[in-house]
Every structure is written in structure tokens, then in C-alpha cells.
Ligand binder design. Sequence first.
Ligand SMILES: Nc1ncnc2c1ncn2[C@@H]1O[C@H](COP(=O)(O)OP(=O)(O)OP(=O)(O)O)[C@@H](O)[C@H]1O
Length: 279
Amino acid sequence: MPFFSASPPQQDPSSETNGIEEHLLVVNDEEGGGGLEEEESKVKFRVRNLTKLTDAGTPILNKLSVDIPKGVIVGIIGPSGSGKSTFLRALNRLWEPSPETVFLDGHDICHLDVLSLRRKVGMLFQIPVLFEGSVADNIRYGPQLRGHKLSDHEVYKLLTLADLDSSFYSKNGSELSVGQAQRVALARTLANAPEVLLLDEPTSALDPISTENIEDVIMKLKKKQGMTTIMVSHSIKQIQRIADVLCLLVNGEIVEVLKPDKLSEATHPMALRFLELSS
Ligand SMILES: Nc1ncnc2c1ncn2[C@@H]1O[C@H](COP(=O)(O)OP(=O)(O)OP(=O)(O)O)[C@@H](O)[C@H]1O
């Protein structure tokens, strides 16, 4: 029996579904079957019983199971220390999850080449770290590692995608504000043509305008490229602005999955408390 499932699809035929309701994130039972039957092809990440323990044996992630549908923005929220970053970092193997726990497009990520995985699953952190050199050097870095030199045209396109104008091309990383540097870091990640973006509080150090810029880019990437984005945030308001689904993570487990406009449907006591304090 599933220990929880997402809110059931709304029956109102007039409501816009954009395909999300049928494949809302579902936490599955031990057998790995779904609480809702959804097609494998619509799931980007399938996570089953993902566990990480501290050296002392305390669970940081506790048999976490979830399906992340393709082409949606998933917001992960939860108290400090609940395991949000640890969860995100498993998805591109910044730590090694056990085999048979994380699947990307149906493939066990433990069997994938780790560099290819990280190209497909790009990541941004709270504080952007740029390499020495110009913005263009930073953007060219990933493709260059694979022997491909991006043309100027390609670099300018990536700048535009990250909401930066052409004047940034030759600027040095040290000349940039944190908000601008975060957009360069995003352009650098996008240069690898990722299919998934993992965002670990990417706007928590930014002012509201820079935050809005990043949010706009994330939403554009979903709309234009069908990007799947999983974003950790401490701001419920931010998740309400941009996410299709909100997951509440408490003590290493996803305890609630909600549509951001249906937070009042939360039932888990920790979820209610957290939502009350965060609103
Ligand atoms: N390698 C590790 N060894 C031991 N403990 C760890 C390790 N990595 C994380 N932890 C612990 O696991 C817990 C979860 O950490 P994590 O950074 O995933 O939480 P979080 O929900 O992202 O927190 P925050 O919102 O404060 O960023 C914390 O108690 C942290 O101290």
C-alpha cells in the first residue's frame, strides 16, 4: 500500500491539466508499483527507497521514493536539515546512491557514465562559483572538455537564454554581481544541453529582481524546451510562483506532495506546521 500519494486528479473537466495531474509525483510501495499507474515514458526520475545514513547510522534520507515527471518544475521544501540538498545531490551522483534506487529515463544512474550523467543533469548551487576568465570562457568550458568549441553565435544565444545581454560576453567573472554570476552559471550549465536542472536554493542570495530574472528563465526553459527542473527553496511563495508540484521533505522522507495552489490540502502534521510558519 502506498504510504502516500499525490492529490487525486481534479475531476473538473474545465480545469487545465497540461498533463501534470495524471502523473503527479507518487510515492510507491515496497514492491515498486505505483499508487497511480503512469507510463514509464513520462517519468524523468524514478526514485525508489533511496537511503543515506550518517557514519553513525542515522538516516539522512529514509527510503525516499518518488517519481518526477518529465517537463515539470518540482519545488522541494522542508525544514533545515531535512535532507533536501542530499536528495538533490543523489540525482547526479554527487554522492553514490545504492544501485536500483535512482533511475533516469528508466536507466539506473549507477550504470551511467558519471560525466554524461552530470551533463544531462545540470546543477546550480546557492552561491555561483565562476572559473577564472571571461563569461564566454565559462560558458565554453563544458563543451570544450568534449572537444567542441562553441561559436560566438552559440555563446550569445546562451547569454540570451540566461537573460544576459551581449555586453557580458567578455566581462570577467569577478566583475559580476551574485545575481549576474548566477545567470552566467546557468548559461554555463545550459551549454551542456541538460535535460534536467537541479537547483539548490539558487536565488536565496539574490535580490528580488535577480530572483525574478532566474525564475523567468526557469519557466521559459520549461515552456520552450520542456526542461525538467527540481528546485530546493525555502520560499513557499517562490514555489507557488513557478512550480507545478511541491514536495515537502521532512526527516529524509517526502511526506506531502501538493499542487502549489492547493496547499490547504496538506494533511501531514509537520507539513501543516511548516506551512503555517512559512506563510
Ligand atoms: N556527508 C554527511 N555526513 C554526515 N551528515 C551529513 C552529511 N551530509 C549531510 N549531513 C546531514 O544530513 C542532514 C541533511 O542535510 P541537508 O544539507 O541535505 O539538509 P537540507 O534540508 O538541505 O538543509 P538546509 O535547508 O539547511 O540546506 C543534516 O543534518 C546534515 O548535517
